[in-house]
Write a protein that binds this ligand. Sequence first.
Ligand SMILES: Nc1nc2c(c(=O)[nH]1)N[C@H]1C(S)=C(S)[C@@H](COP(=O)(O)O)O[C@H]1N2
Ligand SMILES: [Mo]
Length: 199
Amino acid sequence: MGIISRGFHGRSRDGDVKLPPGQYLTHDFPVLSAGPTPRVPLERWEFTVTTEAGQVHRWSWQDILALPSVTPTVDLHCVTKWSKLGTNWQGVSLDVLLADVETAADYALVHSYGGYTTNLPLEDLLDGQAWIAYRYDGEDLMPEHGGPARLLVPHLYLWKSAKWVRGIQLLLEDEPGFWETAGYHNYGDPWREQRYQGD
Ligand SMILES: Nc1nc2c(c(=O)[nH]1)N[C@H]1C(S)=C(S)[C@@H](COP(=O)(O)O)O[C@H]1N2
Ligand SMILES: [Mo]
């Protein structure tokens, strides 16, 4: 009686924090990768947006660095139940990258170097909710955490934040990615605890 688990209340030395249901707080930054860390030389690295009409928009590493960047501070929630609060990033907003892209698509399938994919509604990439992040905590993003650049879309479970991001494919119809095909929830809102299909 009377014992309130940190998992439910999210109370901690960090002050009064509220965590999504079923999450616990960690101060580490665990590495979760379904395979080896791909190494892409920066001179060969590119990021593409491909529309449903097959139009390809391309950015080299230099192009990405030349775009205006922002420094979001965000909370991360992994489906394996750890949350890490107040993480500091630098990257380019998807609003900037998608500004000149003409599309009627409602869905996005994100592709990574190494073959990983994950899907989400296009609107979840817009309005200051998602970035192509290339620095973490004041340093170049480490390869194991997705460097040189990863998608950061922190309002969804972290499996949606594709590491080693290579491109975004815009689609008229939704297409499940790697974990979504394996039974993870199609959308993955941590606040609604959408971990697995049927949640
Ligand atoms: N390309 C790629 N991106 C990925 C993954 C992966 O295996 N490959 N794992 C996802 C999962 S399940 C999680 S929880 C986070 C982990 O990010 P981290 O290793 O930086 O903590 O990356 C996501 N992005
Ligand atoms: Mo994960």
